[in-house]
Design a protein around this ligand. Structure first.
Ligand code: EPZ
Length: 418
C-alpha cells in the first residue's frame, strides 16, 4: 500500500483550482455510449476510477482518446460485450453500464459493482427501474444479466432517494419508447450534469433537480461536447482543510450554490467563508464553536463530506453530533481518528465528537476515499511536528486528483511514500 506522509501545523494559504466532478464523470462516460457519434468531455478529473472507465469502454469496442482533461469517446465500434468480471469489480459506478448498455442495445451483462465498501450498497432500486421499463433481470455468477426486446416508458417510484438509481434509469429510458417518469428522484448536481449531456445529445429529459424527472424517449442520440461541473466534494474538502489549519484559501472553479450547506455549517462554527462568482474564500479562526451536522440527500450536507468534517469538529470547543442519514455506518474512520487522540463516541448513526483536544500524529489507515480525506485533514492539524502516515493512498487517488500537488501548493508538507 502507498502511504501519504503528512507533517501538520502549517496553515494552508493560496488558491486551489478544483477539477471536474468525479461523481459526474463516472456517469457521463458511460452515458456517452448512448450516442451514435463522437462525444467530447472536457474538464475531466485525473482519477484512477476514470482510468478504469476508459479501459471498460475500450473493452466494449469504443475508441477513447485522452488529451489532458479532455476525453473523446467514439462509440461507433461499440457492442454490448458481457463484462461479468475484471474492471467492473473495481468501482461501484460501473453499474451505470447496465443502464447505458440496456438503453442502447437492449441487453447487458455487468458484474456486480465493487468500490468503497463502507457498508452494503444495494442496487435494488436500479433493478426495479429496469424491470419497470420491461427488462428481464437475472442475477447469476456475480453478474447482472439484463435483456429487453423493447424498453417501454413507465412510471417509477423510487423507494429510496438514490443518485445511482436515478441516473441509471435516465440512461435506460432515454431511448425507450414513450414517457418515463421517475418519482422521488435524487436532486444532486451530478444528476443535472448527466441530464444536460443527454439533452445535448438530443434526449428529452425534464425536471432534473426536482423529485420528479420526465424522460420522453427518442429514436437515437448524437454526439456532442460537454464540460463537466466542478467537484463540490473535493471543493468542500479543501474548504474544511483551510479551516482546520487556520489558513486562508481561495477554492477556485466552483459553483458556490453547490457548496451552500458546507459554507453555512463552517460559518456557524465561526469560520470566515466568502462566496464569489466561481470561487469561495475560507479564512480560519483561532476558535470554533461545536455544531451539529446532519448528512442528508442534496441539498443537505453531503454524506461524502461528513468524514473530513468530523476531523474539523475535533478542533471545535464543545461537543458536536454528526449524524449520517444516508449511510448508517459510514464511520470506519472514527477508530483511526481516535488513534490520533480524537475523543469520539459512536451512537447508532451518530458520532458524538468532543472537541478541544489537539490531535497527535499516528500511523492510520484509510478505509475508503472520504475516510482517507478525513485522515489527511486530521494530520494537517497536528502541531507537534510529528508526521502522520496515512495508509491506503489508492483510495484517496480514486477521488482526489492531484491532492499532494494541490496541498503542497497551499503550503502543506505532504509527500507520498511507496
Ligand atoms: C453516489 O453513490 C455517490 N457515488 C456516493 O459517493 C455518494 O455517497 C452517494 O451517491 C450519496 O450521495 C457516485 O456517484 C459514484 P445512492 P450511490 O444510490 O449512487 C441506498 C464517494 O465517496 N440505496 O444515492 O451508490 C444506499 O444504500 C461516493 O464519492 C438502496 O437502498 O448512492 C444508500 O443508503 C461514496 N438501493 C442510499 O440509498 C439502491 O438501489 C443512497 O445511495 C440504491 C441505493
Amino acid at each position: 500500500m502507498n502511504k501519504l506522509m503528512v507533517a501538520g501545523g502549517r496553515p494552508l494559504k493560496g488558491t486551489v483550482t478544483i477539477s471536474g466532478a468525479k461523481n459526474s464523470a463516472l456517469a457521463l462516460i458511460p452515458a456517452a455510449i448512448l450516442a451514435e457519434s463522437k462525444v467530447i468531455l472536457d474538464n475531466l478529473p485525473e482519477l484512477s476510477d476514470v482510468e478504469i472507465y476508459t479501459e471498460l469502454l475500450t473493452e466494449l469496442g469504443a475508441t477513447v482518446e485522452r488529451n489532458g482533461d479532455q476525453m473523446i469517446i467514439s462509440p461507433e465500434g461499440l457492442r454490448s460485450v458481457p463484462l461479468p468480471n475484471g474492471n467492473v469489480k473495481k468501482l461501484r459506478a460501473s453499474y451505470y453500464l447496465m443502464g447505458a448498455l440496456l438503453g442502447k442495445f437492449g441487453e447487458a451483462v455487468v458484474g456486480l459493482p465493487g468500490g468503497c465498501n463502507f457498508e452494503p450498497r444495494p442496487i435494488d432500486q436500479h433493478i426495479k427501474g429496469f424491470e419497470a421499463l420491461g427488462a428481464q433481470i437475472v442475477n447469476e455468477g456475480g453478474a447482472i444479466h439484463i435483456r429487453a426486446k423493447r424498453l417501454i416508458g413507465a412510471r417509477i417510484y423510487l423507494d429510496v432517494v438514490s443518485v445511482g438509481a436515478t441516473i441509471n434509469i435516465m440512461l435506460a429510458a432515454a431511448l425507450a419508447k414513450g414517457i418515463t417518469t421517475i418519482e422521488n428522484a435524487a436532486k444532486e448536481p451530478e444528476i443535472i450534469d448527466v441530464a444536460t449531456l443527454l439533452n445535448s445529445m438530443g434526449a428529452r429529459v425534464k425536471g432534473v433537480g426536482t423529485e420528479t424527472i420526465r424522460i420522453e424517449g427518442v429514436e437515437s442520440l448524437n454526439g456532442c461536447r460537454h464540460s463537466i461541473i466542478p467537484d463540490r466534494i473535493q471543493a468542500a474538502t479543501y474548504m474544511i482543510a483551510a479551516a482546520a489549519t487556520r489558513g486562508d484559501v481561495i477554492v477556485d472553479n466552483v459553483i458556490p450554490k453547490h457548496l451552500e450547506a458546507v459554507s453555512a455549517k463552517l460559518t456557524e462554527m465561526g469560520v470566515d467563508v466568502m462566496e464569489m462568482d466561481e470561487a469561495v474564500r475560507v479564512i480560519g479562526k483561532p476558535e470554533y464553536q461545536a455544531v451539529d451536522v446532519k448528512a442528508l440527500i442534496y441539498p443537505g450536507f453531503a454524506t461524502d463530506i461528513q468524514s473530513p468534517m468530523a476531523s474539523l469538529l475535533t478542533q471545535a470547543k464543545g461537543t458536536s453530533i454528526l449524524t449520517d442519514y444516508v449511510y448508517s455506518s459510514r464511520f470506519k474512520y472514527i477508530p483511526e481518528l481516535s488513534r490520533m487522540g480524537a475523543s469520539i463516541k459512536l451512537e447508532g448513526r451518530s458520532a458524538v465528537i468532543e472537541g478541544g483536544h489537539p490531535l497527535t500524529a499516528a500511523k492510520v489507515t484509510a478505509t475508503d476515499l472520504r475516510a482517507g480525506a478525513a485522515l489527511v485533514v486530521a494530520g494537517l492539524t497536528v502541531t507537534t511536528g510529528e508526521i502522520t502516515e496515512v495508509d491506503g493512498l489508492e483510495f484517496i487517488d480514486r477521488g482526489y486528483d492531484r491532492l499532494v500537488e494541490n496541498l503542497s501548493l497551499l503550503g502543506a508538507e505532504v509527500w507520498r511514500k511507496e
